[in-house]
Design a protein around this ligand. Structure first.
Ligand SMILES: Cc1cc2nc3c(=O)[nH]c(=O)nc-3n(C[C@H](O)[C@H](O)[C@H](O)COP(=O)(O)OP(=O)(O)OC[C@H]3O[C@@H](n4cnc5c(N)ncnc54)[C@H](O)[C@@H]3O)c2cc1C
Length: 411
């Protein structure tokens, strides 16, 4: 089996299939997992999965921070919108860990399995098909430019939201659009700063701040397609806008020396109508790019991977991966994907779009109804916490992948 993409979906799938005894090769186009400004959240349900896989002790060794609440700051005050301490289960928080550390851990665990191969510097370039159209393998390019072929009874596209595999397969994508893009940047964090995730909204702008040890990873919302115009206004104008939103960081914004320190995320929200073709399956962002709202993309990608491993491991060992088997993966994950994306679309359209246009209640200086509700009935703060940190359909490790807790030898 070949998995294209060594992100959260691809590495979890590779590990689980290898533990089932399936021969699996994961191809990753980069030389390592190091990338700045990627999703760095490991959610409560993924922490439970790591426990089930026996990886809890190794994860505990990786330096990380814990977030147990998400708050919004409005002109009318600070409100907790998601209280993770009220969650059921052993993990009442989201861990923030550089994604490369998480992926390295998964890679080290997978390398313990004799049926697992990880090829870095291996970029997917095309599918190999039979005359009847069935996918029977793929071509990839190595770092020295050589193109090689890999035969596979199943090719899994786990190559993210710009998936080259799904494009090569010609699968139809339904795109829902988004009113905003995101500018990512960092600001220093001081010991007495808030410890939870923060959102600040005001007329025409919004900022999310994720505490990361000695800095905040910040996501500044801009109207879709305005990146070039805003950059032309220069760094000082940007610093002023951020300082107006969150005055207590104003004296730290000198760290943004130029707009080269600010990275654009082109926000997408889409999903495939069908996640499979004969001999091919899409999971994670390759099947459904998530909006950054709620930071749930990794959770869904990991859950897809667990579901896919559960569904295909048995048929793979018998050499019977049929389209009907592959269709089961989408059926299992469809409800959670669609409902989560619909909630994101609701927040985007009913709140963020209007906030950016200066027309929402918050832009008019009033407190939105959901915020008033959370202030009045704090137990309700568990609902958004559950949706974000656990999700609508958490997936548990299949029996073949479970192990007793142990420390994985780190490479
Ligand atoms: C800036 C940013 C911040 C984010 N913040 C969060 C967050 O806080 N929380 C959250 O849950 N989600 C966040 N997300 C979304 C999250 O990162 C994704 O939803 C998640 O990583 C999807 O996992 P995946 O494995 O499906 O795809 P990806 O993580 O995109 O992994 C795909 C992998 O495939 C590789 N690849 C691509 N093309 C090829 C090819 N042709 N050949 C071989 N390999 C290839 C890529 O190098 C990559 O390693 C963020 C995304 C971005 C861009």
């Amino acid at each position: 089996m070949a998995v294209v993409g060594g992100g959260p979906a691809g590495m979890v799938l590779g590990l689980l299939l290898a533990r089932a005894g399936v021969e699996v090769t994961v191809l990753e186009k980069h030389a390592d997992f190091l990338r700045d400004f990627r999703g760095d959240t490991v959610h409560a349900s993924t922490l439970t999965l790591l426990d089930e896989l026996g990886l809890g002790p190794s994860f505990a060794d990786v330096p990380h921070q814990l977030i147990d609440r998400v708050q919004v700051m409005l002109d009318s005050g600070v409100t907790t919108m998601a209280d993770l301490s009220r969650l059921p289960g052993p993990h009442k928080h989201i861990a923030i860990v550089p994604q490369w550390d998480f992926l390295d851990l998964l890679a080290d665990a997978a390398k313990q399995e004799p049926t697992f191969t990880l090829r870095m510097n291996a970029e997917f370039t095309g599918l190999v098909r039979t005359g009847g159209g069935r996918v029977t393998g793929l071509r990839y390019r190595t770092s020295d430019g050589e193109v090689r072929e890999l035969a596979a009874d199943l090719v899994v596209a786990a190559d993210g939201r710009r998936s080259a595999v799904r494009e090569a397969a010609g699968l139809a994508v339904h795109s829902f659009g988004a009113p905003m893009d995101v500018w990512w940047f960092r600001v220093p964090r001081r010991p007495d700063d808030p410890t939870g995730g923060l959102g600040r909204f005001s007329s025409g702008s919004g900022l999310a701040m994720i505490p990361r040890g000695d800095y905040f990873q910040c996501a500044y919302l801009i109207r879709k397609g305005t990146d070039r115009r805003l950059r032309a206004e220069g760094v000082e104008a940007f610093r002023e806008r951020v300082a107006k939103l969150v005055p207590w960081v104003a004296d730290r914004l000198g760290v943004i020396e130029s707009l080269d320190d600010v990275k654009l995320l082109d926000v997408k929200l889409d999903r495939l109508r069908r996640w499979h073709a004969d001999g091919l399956l899409c999971v994670g962002d390759a099947a459904h790019a998530m909006s950054p709202i709620g930071g749930v993309g990794i959770n869904l990608a990991v859950q897809d991977a667990v579901a896919a491993a559960r569904v295909v491991a048995g048929p793979a060992k018998l050499g019977r991966i049929t389209p009907a088997v592959l269709a089961k993966v989408r059926r299992r994950r469809w409800f959670a994907t669609v409902v989560t994306q619909n909630i994101q679309r609701l927040v985007q359209n009913a709140f963020l779009r209007r906030t950016l246009d200066g027309g929402s209640t918050v832009a008019q200086g009033r407190t939105p109804r959901p915020v008033r509700l959370m202030r009045r009935f704090p137990p309700l703060q568990v609902v958004p916490a559950y949706l974000v940190a656990i999700g609508l359909r958490p997936e548990h490790a299949p029996a073949f992948a479970r192990r007793e807790p142990a420390r994985v030898p780190r490479t």
